[in-house]
Design a protein around this ligand. Structure first.
Ligand code: ATP
Length: 225
């Protein structure tokens, strides 16, 4: 589904990514962990088409999207769950859910979304400004599902949220996986990553230094980062 090969990125003369290879298959949840400054944000920005100084190749569903601008990547099925959550504060929850353009026939309907996110159903008339951090994160995920994107890039979805909300987000990620979509989870919370991901990449100083299955990842959870 997603195949990244030899990805490089620079900020001026400084190289932030040094030939990164990442792959996510259908129905697979893959985590990418790394310390601050490892290059996680840069990698996400390269994948969504927001980092100009990049080399290497990115393929989505077998299609080369390397040179594509961000809006065309989104249309090709690259679903980005923004870390700042990108919610329209002046609109209600439901209005936020009605906005995303459909990119495939897998787009979730409103009833499907409300079924999976009862919290959002209860708050459908609430303005974006009044949502808690957890509700905002749910809405950000739901908005991407509304597009029908087959690959979801999630940037630190557990950050700053209460354990009960993090557990709910984990359950939602498993539901997404069950639909056959792929998820690339950028996550410093290794405990959370271990509960949802099938496979893990460790990024350090702009390089993938290890690829681990979940058993190995769990065994080494305490000393990975
Ligand atoms: P964090 O978790 O702190 O966001 P990260 O793993 O996302 O870290 P990046 O933000 O991608 O890491 O940074 C990777 C490297 O690129 C770091 O060495 C960082 O100093 C450098 N870098 C990031 N943004 C810029 C920038 N705008 N200009 C110059 N260098 C940058």
């Amino acid at each position: 589904m997603l195949e990244v090969t030899g990805l490089t990125a620079w900020y001026g003369q400084a190289q932030a990514l040094h030939g990164v290879d990442v792959r996510v298959d259908e129905g697979e949840v893959v985590s990418l962990a790394g310390r601050n400054g490892a290059g996680k944000t840069t990698l996400v920005r390269c994948l969504i088409g927001l980092h100009g100084q990049a080399g290497g190749a990115v393929r989505l569903h077998g299609r080369d999207i390397t040179g594509m601008p961000a809006h065309r990547r989104a249309r090709a099925g690259m679903g980005w769950v923004q870390d700042d959550r990108g919610i329209y504060a002046s609109l209600t929850v439901e209005e936020n859910l009605l906005l995303p353009p459909k990119v495939s026939d897998r787009a979730w309907t409103l009833p499907q979304v409300y079924d999976a996110f009862p919290m959002l159903a209860e708050r459908r008339k609430a303005p974006g400004t009044t949502l808690s951090g957890g509700e905002q994160q749910m809405l950000a995920i739901a908005r991407v599902l509304r597009t029908g994107a087959r690959l979801l890039l999630m940037d630190e979805p557990s950050e700053g949220l209460a354990p009960v909300v993090v557990a709910r987000i984990g359950a939602i990620i498993r539901e997404i996986k069950a639909t056959g979509a792929g998820v690339l989870l950028i996550e410093q919370n290794v405990k959370f990553a271990a509960t949802v991901a099938d496979r893990h990449y460790l990024l350090s100083q702009g390089r993938i230094v290890e690829t681990l299955d979940n058993d190995e990842f769990r065994r080494r959870e305490g000393d990975l980062l």
